[in-house]
Design a protein around this ligand. Structure first.
Ligand SMILES: [Zn+2]
Length: 220
């Protein structure tokens, strides 16, 4: 049984991670990073991941509500039904041994930028300061699919954040607080990027004709 041989100190640290993930989940809607039960968060403890359950309100989310899943096999080990984006979380954990938390949101400005199929730019000092840049956009794939999981993990590479094409945002961190900070910074960066793009499309070296093409292709 995964986790059985973890030390007492490790188990205390694990519980702190779970509490942190639940706290982040409770933060998502009040901060406007999601509406309703979309989005999801998970933390890794040893060989297992604990992910928010599907279609469950975040307002009263507790550590015990998280659904335990074996990272290697994807088998659900505990009670509950995990988020349908479980494959997305597992793909990142399998590719990134350094990651302890995965956070997926639909924050407005960053999600809108994900329709442009281009990196989030210009890169502000905020991204560099927090070690988040670059923020690339993964190819579009349907929500909840292995295709989305593969595209996201591949595009993320060694980075801290990735925009999911025509969908939303994924950030990672060693802890839930790290992943939440990255989500906040990316959303703030995206708001600035849209203001710059709206006021001066040429400022980022993107011609108006390209923007017109993007506008035409992003309505489907
Ligand atoms: Zn989503």
């Amino acid at each position: 049984m995964p986790g059985r041989r973890r030390s007492r100190r490790a188990r205390i640290a694990d519980h702190a991670l779970l509490r942190g993930a639940a706290e982040v989940a409770r933060t998502l809607e009040p901060e406007g990073l999601v509406v309703g039960t979309v989005g999801n968060v998970s933390v890794r403890t040893g060989p297992t991941v604990h992910v928010t359950p599907t279609r469950t309100g975040y307002a009263a989310m507790c550590a015990r509500d998280l659904v335990m899943v074996d990272v290697a096999s994807g088998v659900v080990l505990g009670a509950g039904t995990p988020s349908r984006e479980l494959p997305l979380h597992l793909a990142v954990y399998r590719a990134r041994p350094d990651v302890g938390c995965v956070l997926h949101t639909h924050s407005v400005a960053a999600t809108a930028w994900s329709f442009l199929d281009e990196p989030l730019q210009p890169e502000l000092e905020d991204l560099a300061y927090h070690g988040i840049a670059p923020v690339r956009t993964s190819p579009h794939a349907d929500a909840g699919t292995e295709a989305l999981a593969t595209a996201a993990a591949t595009t993320l590479g060694p980075d801290t954040a990735v925009l999911l094409g025509r969908h939303g945002v994924l950030t990672v961190g060693a802890t839930p607080a790290d992943a939440l900070l990255a989500a906040r910074v990316v959303e703030r960066q995206a708001r600035v990027a849209w203001l710059v793009r709206g006021a001066a499309p040429w400022a980022t070296g993107v011609a108006s004709a390209v923007l017109d093409d993007v506008a035409g292709s992003s309505t489907g």
